[in-house]
Write a protein that binds this ligand. Structure first.
Ligand SMILES: Cc1cc2nc3c(=O)[nH]c(=O)nc-3n(C[C@H](O)[C@H](O)[C@H](O)COP(=O)(O)OP(=O)(O)OC[C@H]3O[C@@H](n4cnc5c(N)ncnc54)[C@H](O)[C@@H]3O)c2cc1C
Length: 484
């Protein structure tokens, strides 16, 4: 049996990327006791920890706010929640310039003023660079916020109608953490990894942590998600030998490129999710006690260069609102016990007909890349759905060879596989429902935008079923409902 450590905190933040860091700082500044947990190293994992720096838009002059709002609405093809976008535009400038108080220095002109640049999709020069997210990690340590890294959240715990905490595996100390909180902020980033990580195809630019855990955690806790069919496929530079073999962009490939006849080419790659957990203006989800911010949150429908600012604006809002929550409910013991049994049982399975977790994930990723990622149609999506059902049957056969409780990555991979299947199913079912092409969402069998689909697809767990609803943007009326 594993050691179980019980922890109490006011605000639990799950995820230490840009959104989680900003939420933790805000909650701490509002006087709350904050605990932050991350599956990797805080400030160094997730998408925020992977890129060296960001470009970040800020309407530095007040007159630019209106144009920025219009740019964002246009980019979202009418699918964003305008209330959320208005907040983003109003607060962007302050959130960006505040980074300088934390030690970030933006490029300046000869007069010493910040000098915004033009960027694709922006009708005015409003993008500042470079923005660093790890700067916020230093502020976290400065404030004495409790941090558990290498700590993998496996479920959110509910009592009555609200979220009251979470269960996580501490991979460093080989312990289970049962964390009771007045409020939980989900900041777990996206799920690019469900589309694979083939070193020859470079299918996703996302790091391995991004298996969509947050979408699955929220779904299992009863929260509503939106726009899960929208995943940005971006062209990324790759380095290829002249005789045609492509290689993943790595330090080694770069070094070789400099010495040999390699050429640059662009390859499609899954970039980020535009949908996610439904939030309101305070970043609260549809489940009391649960907040979401950053890429895991839905409703803003942001393109790549606007994601980081979304993390800062709604990270701060989530942290402040979470800090105001009070909750006297205890974490139900049977929920903790049930979750501990579930996660540990994966290590004690019999090796009858065993499958390594990697091969099960590979089967899922292959179909997601081939049938959903690059191009999709009724036929390919139905094939993906069939494979997803097969993968569900394979999950109980996953066998973890390493039985240790410390840094057991294969164990984590097995647990992540359950989340990946849930997220893949949401993506595929929503893609089947949207019979058109809109923005970054493209179907080969419905190549044009269709006004009947000007609206959002919502996903929710009802009982044991995945329920999807299409609601028109204007009337928010339900025009189609599928119960899987
Ligand atoms: C190539 C590329 C370029 C980009 N360029 C820009 C740009 O210039 N400007 C811009 O604004 N945006 C850009 N983006 C988008 C931006 O990087 C991301 O949207 C943003 O970093 C997401 O931040 P986040 O905090 O929401 O999530 P992340 O930074 O991904 O952090 C999520 C964290 O949650 C943790 N986590 C996940 N699951 C669990 C779990 N079960 N338990 C505990 N912890 C967990 C992870 O370890 C991770 O640390 C780019 C994206 C890509 C792919």
């Amino acid at each position: 049996m594993m050691k179980i450590r019980r922890i109490e905190t006011d605000v639990l933040v799950i995820g230490g990327g840009a959104a989680g860091l900003r939420a933790a700082l805000a909650a701490s500044d509002a006087g709350a006791k904050v605990t932050l947990i991350d599956k990797g190293l805080v400030g160094r994992s997730g998408m925020s920890g992977t890129l060296p720096y960001w470009n970040i838009p800020a309407p530095v002059i007040p007159e630019d706010k209106g144009r920025y709002f219009e740019d964002l609405m246009r980019a979202s093809c009418g699918l964003s929640n305008p209330k959320l976008l208005k907040i983003l535009v109003d607060e962007a400038r302050d959130r960006v310039l505040e980074l300088e108080e934390y030690g970030n220095i933006f490029t300046r002109d000869s007069t010493g003023e910040v000098s915004p640049a033009h960027a694709e999709g922006h009708s005015a020069a409003r993008v500042l660079t470079p923005a660093y997210s790890w700067i916020m990690a230093m502020q976290l340590f400065k404030r004495g916020i409790t941090v558990y890294d290498e700590t993998f959240t496996t479920c959110l715990v509910r009592a009555e109608d609200r979220v009251v905490g979470a269960v996580a595996i501490g991979l460093k100390e080989a312990e289970i953490l049962a964390i009771k909180a007045n409020a939980v902020v989900l900041a777990t980033g996206g799920a690019g990894h469900i589309f694979g990580m083939d070193t020859r195809l470079w299918q996703s630019t996302n790091p391995i942590e991004l298996t969509g855990d947050g979408y699955a955690l929220a779904y299992q806790a009863g929260a509503e998600l939106v726009d899960m069919e929208f995943n940005q496929i971006a062209l990324e530079p790759q380095y290829s030998r002249q005789f045609g073999q492509t290689q993943k962009s790595s330090a080694l490939a770069m070094a070789r490129a400099l010495r040999s006849t390699m050429t640059f080419q662009e390859t499609p790659s899954v970039h980020h999710f535009l949908g996610g957990v439904v939030i309101d203006e305070k970043a609260s989800t549809t489940v009391p006690g649960l907040y979401a911010c950053g890429e895991v949150a839905g409703g803003l429908h942001l393109k790549a260069t606007d994601q980081f600012i979304g993390c800062l604006v709604f990270g701060k809002r989530a942290g402040e609102a979470a800090a105001r929550e009070k909750c006297d409910l205890e974490m139900p013991l049977d929920a903790i016990k049930g979750e501990v049994e579930r996660v540990v049982s994966i290590l004690t399975r019999s090796p009858k007909d065993p499958l390594p977790p990697y091969s099960v994930r590979r089967k899922l990723m292959d179909t997601m890349w081939r049938d959903v990622g690059l191009s999709k149609s009724e036929e390919s999506l139905n094939n993906a759905l069939k494979v997803i059902e097969e993968v569900k049957d394979l999950l109980p056969r996953m066998y973890v060879r390493d039985k240790s409780r410390t840094f057991n990555k294969e164990w984590v991979e097995a647990l992540e596989a359950y989340n990946m299947v849930i997220v893949a199913e949401m993506v595929v079912r929503a893609s089947l429902m949207r019979k058109e092409s809109r923005g970054v969402f493209r179907r080969v069998d419905y190549p044009r935008e269709d006004d009947r689909y000007l609206g959002n697809i919502f996903v929710k767990k009802v009982g044991e079923q995945m329920v999807l609803e299409f609601r028109r943007t204007t009337e928010r009326e339900v025009i189609e409902k599928v119960v899987a």
